[in-house]
Design a binder for this molecule. Structure first.
Ligand SMILES: [Zn+2]
Length: 447
């Protein structure tokens, strides 16, 4: 085990204050992924204790909650489990008490502002050390895909501000951190708001081997192009839930490997898919809990809400943050990585449909059934009350009364509830949210 330069970043160790730290992290992460779960948890306990002690001493929000507790590696998980969940509302209303002054060796602090798709921005302060660990995790996960890094990489994302088919954003290599450490092929980028047919023209013209984008954008690409773009060998998705539905359509139409990374703006890379298809949690930076309705840890096969603690970020005490996603706990993975396993990310809370009887589920509307796709090119359904759905539809002809009734009936059948369905026909393409993402379904009914 490497000797750490820092008393508070005990594991993974700090090799050198700046240069080479991403690589130093990466070389540790390459090894730590194979550590057996019990031992991995002991390493986590050491880092978690350091994070909790710092929060106890410096956070006015967590200080009182941790007062008088013995915090050491033997008690760290127990102490963590006794904390209430940190909500997005806490991050908005009590942020000053959640921000903490990091020890000097954690480096400069930057603020990340998450736009969110529901218009509730959150500002998370993040240290240089935390960013470097996140970068190392992202590079490790790229390694799981078995890519040839000399080939061309393309990204279509919200953080790319300019670029068009004729003049895409061009990068010397696959991102600053990768380029600093490895030789890579060129990378190209397009902003997420480029129309889908232009994105397809871009893929056709430059023929990147790899594409990284959001699931909602991939959905639009696959819908408009049943044929795989020539030269494309692998697609990586980030930032949103990848539905089983999309995965199946992607496989049947494009038929190339698809890897998903579970990440968020607040937390960085939370988990990523290995070649066996399971998601492995980034246990070196995060403690990920999946809790049932009573707040108890879920067992393999059970679905619960995801709660995340960032052990590496000492500028914001993200302890037991309720990220409002649901996931299914997995069995140990055949790839033999010791990192905790999620079978799948099931969905986000805002995409849960709520019925008057109190039941909740992630709805399917049947809009990809062959009959429906002849009419509906794109759609978005917003649940505005327990009895009402507002549906925006893009179609290539004005929908008749009969067609609208047919769509309404299909929606009601699929969700098994006689909602009032208000259909509005929209020209062109439906707009994306402020973060560049698009939700086919959103529930605006409070829980
Ligand atoms: Zn695996």
């Amino acid at each position: 085990m490497l000797r750490s330069h820092s008393q508070t970043l005990v594991w993974p160790a700090v090799i050198d204050p700046r240069q080479g730290q991403v690589f130093a992290y990466l070389s540790q992460l390459e090894r730590s992924q194979w550590i057996k779960p019990e031992r991995l948890r002991r390493f986590q306990a050491g880092q978690l204790a350091a994070r909790l002690r710092h929060a106890a001493e410096t956070s006015t929000f967590f200080g009182p909650k941790l007062q008088g507790r013995v915090i050491d590696p033997n008690t760290a998980f127990e102490v963590l489990a006794s904390l209430p969940l940190l909500t997005r509302a806490d991050m908005q209303d009590a942020a000053e008490g959640i921000y903490t002054e990091p020890p000097k060796e954690h480096g400069a602090v930057r603020t990340l502002r998450t736009s969110g798709s529901t218009g509730q921005p959150v500002a998370v302060r993040c240290t240089a050390a935390c960013f470097m660990l996140r970068a190392a995790a992202t590079i490790r996960h790229l390694g799981w895909r078995g890519l040839n890094t000399m080939k061309t990489f393309a990204a279509i994302r919200a953080n790319i501000k300019t670029g068009s088919v004729d003049n895409p954003a061009r990068y010397r290599g696959w991102g600053a951190q990768m380029t600093a450490l490895f030789h890579t092929g060129p990378a190209l980028g397009l902003p997420i708001n480029v129309p889908v047919h232009e994105q397809l023209a871009f893929l056709d013209r430059y023929k990147p081997a790899y594409l990284m984008t959001y699931p909602s954008n991939l959905r639009a690409l696959v819908d408009q192009s049943p044929e795989r773009p020539a030269g494309l060998e692998c697609v990586m998705t980030i930032g949103e839930t990848l539905s089983e539905d999309l995965r199946a359509d992607f496989q049947s139409r494009w038929g190339i490997p698809l890897f998903d990374e579970y990440s968020s703006e607040e937390m960085g890379s939370i988990a990523a898919q290995c070649p066996h298809g399971n998601y492995h949690c980034t246990a070196e930076s995060h403690v990920l809990e999946v809790l049932d309705a009573d707040g108890r840890p879920c067992q393999p096969g059970e679905i619960g809400r995801v709660v995340i603690t960032d052990m590496a970020n000492f500028a914001t005490a993200m302890l037991r943050y309720e990220i409002r996603d649901y996931a299914e706990v997995g069995e140990p993975c055949g790839c033999k990585r010791g990192l905790p396993v999620l079978r799948r990310i099931v969905g986000r809370e805002r995409n849960l449909m709520k019925l008057p009887d109190g039941s909740k589920f992630w709805p399917q509307f049947g809009m990809r059934d062959p009959e429906a796709t002849r009419m509906v090119k794109q759609y978005q359904i917003i649940q505005t009350s327990l009895e009402r759905l507002e549906m925006k539809v893009v179609a290539d002809h004005p929908l008749t009364e009969h067609e609208q009734s047919w769509i309404t009936a299909l929606v009601r059948t699929k969700v098994k509830h006689p909602f009032e369905v208000v259909i509005e026909q929209v020209e062109g393409e439906l707009p994306k949210g402020p973060n560049g993402k698009f939700h086919e379904f959103m529930c605006m009914v409070g829980s």
